[in-house]
Design a protein around this ligand. Structure first.
Ligand code: UD1
Ligand code: MG
Length: 460
């Protein structure tokens, strides 16, 4: 990697006509992450000082999706990849040092590949080339020895040129001043009537400045996504790479073909991921946990030795040794301390459940704090919303909440207290107390029998 400043430019202004989509092409997701974000983050991880994304078609939605971690430059009219770089440089002013350019639709370029490419850069320009069995669709690179002399686009290529198997991966490392000079020479006299960035290669070559061809032996990494078939291909390749990385690090993935793990997810050793499981965003799974089958977790932290199956969770924290499922829903701002159990059809939202709390069946817990070792009976509902505002339910330690209790917030239940089954609890229950909030039962001897007799007499 050169010592001088390295600026990353990612081209993402195109409409992506071949995607046939209202969503800008570069926002389509690969393993849960917009393609252009994968490219940008890998560039940054490889040591690029600053990343500028060129936006145009759908630019507002792209900027609002990706946020302010990157800089943006506008290309209001999409007149080609060369024009996109012209627009970026016009907005940025003088770019010092090296500029590394990549397309926002090549999501498989890894951090490692970016590093190798930057290290390989010498002279004014280095071009990344993939040697493919079939280079159809890509710009073909005329390679002489270890130099690239010219690129011809698919639509401009002669029958002979179409036989070339060196494909342009759309990645360039260029000296900033030389790039500025080359861009001034671009013309749009080609099949697409566009200003092609690819033409900088013949410009340098013809003016006596050799362009280094950095030829890859791993063609999959350079896959350009232009349609939904290639999108699925990119997903499959990255997913396989991610799954294999975890398996090599000591995670069992029972069925990799039905396991979907995002690039930033971390999983501890000896955890087991069962089929049909999705782990997304910044999800962290500790050691020795068993997750799945059929789990979907986004931005969630799970501790060690948990067993979670057939359940959903997002933006929450789950401690060690928790057992969750089947059919639990752990919603945002929820903290489950060690040893918590959530059973079937239990939803927990914005609540803190301390160590050893058990909520085993058919329950909604919202805006609540529940103390250690408390047991919540089947069918309990915290009524946290009165139609206008949300209120909290505070439950102490070692409380026994009877089945089918309705806890109307704001309400407090002290340590060691209980609620009788079927109660509607509206008032505070002090520590050690009991809350009965239900009608007293009336029992009538023989009543059912008399009713049956009457019914039978009538029908005779
Ligand atoms: C481009 C290359 C081709 C290469 C392939 C690699 C050119 C002329 N062709 O072709 O040699 O093999 O990538 O995947 O460079 N973009 C803009 N503004 C524009 C046009 C495009 O920002 O005016 C962006 C697109 O959003 C996209 C990238 O540039 O992310 C590449 O454009 P695309 O239309 O996909 O070019 P390809 O036909 O794939
Ligand atoms: Mg493309």
């Amino acid at each position: 990697m050169p010592n001088a400043t390295t600026t990353g430019l990612i081209l993402a202004a195109g409409k992506g006509t071949r995607m046939k989509s209202d969503l800008p092409k570069c926002l389509h997701r690969v393993c849960g992450v917009p393609m252009v974000k994968l490219v940008a983050d890998n560039m940054i991880a490889a040591g690029v000082d600053e990343v500028i994304i060129v936006v145009g078609h759908g630019g507002e939605s792209l900027i609002s999706e990706l946020g302010d971690s990157y800089k943006y430059a506008w290309q209001h009219e999409q007149l080609g990849t060369g024009h996109a770089v012209q627009c970026a440089l016009a907005e940025l002013g003088d770019v010092e040092g090296t500029v590394v350019i990549a397309c926002g639709d090549t999501p498989l370029i890894s951090t490692e590949y970016f590093k190798q490419f930057l290290d390989a850069h010498s002279g004014v320009c280095t071009l990344s080339v993939a040697h493919l069995a079939d280079a159809s669709g890509y710009g073909r690179v005329v390679v002489e020895g270890d130099k690239a002399t010219r690129i011809v686009e698919q639509k401009d290529a002669s029958a002979d040129e179409k036989q070339i198997r060196h494909a342009n991966a759309g990645m360039y490392c260029v000296d900033g001043a030389a790039l500025r000079e080359a861009l001034k020479t671009l013309k749009s006299d080609n099949a697409q009537g566009e200003y092609y960035l690819t033409d900088i290669v013949s410009y340098f070559s013809e003016s006596g400045r050799a362009v280094t061809a950095f030829v890859s032996d791993d063609p999959a990494i350079l896959l350009g996504v232009n349609d939904r078939v290639q999108l699925a291909e990119a997903n499959a390749i990255l997913r396989k790479q991610i799954n294999e990385r975890h398996m090599r690090a000591g995670v069992t993935i029972v069925d990799p073909s039905s396991t979907y793990i995002g690039p930033d997810v971390k999983i501890g050793q000896d955890s087991i991921i069962e089929p049909n499981t999705y782990l997304e965003g910044s999800t962290r799974i500790g050691k020795g946990s068993r997750i799945g089958p059929n789990c979907k977790f986004t931005d969630i932290e799970v501790g060690d030795d948990c067993y979670i199956f057939l359940s959903h969770g997002y933006e929450a924290k789950i401690g060690n040794g928790c057992r969750i499922g089947p059919f639990a829903n752990v919603r945002p701002k929820t903290v489950l301390e060690d040893g918590v159990r959530l059973g079937n059809f239990v939803e927990v939202n914005r609540s803190h459940l301390h160590e050893g709390v058990k909520v085993n069946h058919l329950t909604y817990i919202g805006d609540s704090e529940i103390g250690e070792e408390t047991n919540i009976g089947a069918g309990t509902i915290t009524c946290n919303f009165d139609g206008y505002k949300k209120s909290r339910t505070m439950i102490g330690k070692n409380v026994f909440v009877g089945s089918n209790s309705t806890l109307v917030a704001p309400v407090t239940i002290g340590d060691g207290a209980l609620t009788a089954a079927g109660s509607v609890i509206t008032d505070e229950i002090p520590a050690g107390g009991a809350g009965f909030g239900r009608a007293r039962q009336v029992t009538k001897d023989g009543w059912a029998e008399r009713r049956r007799q009457q019914h039978e007499n009538k029908s005779e």
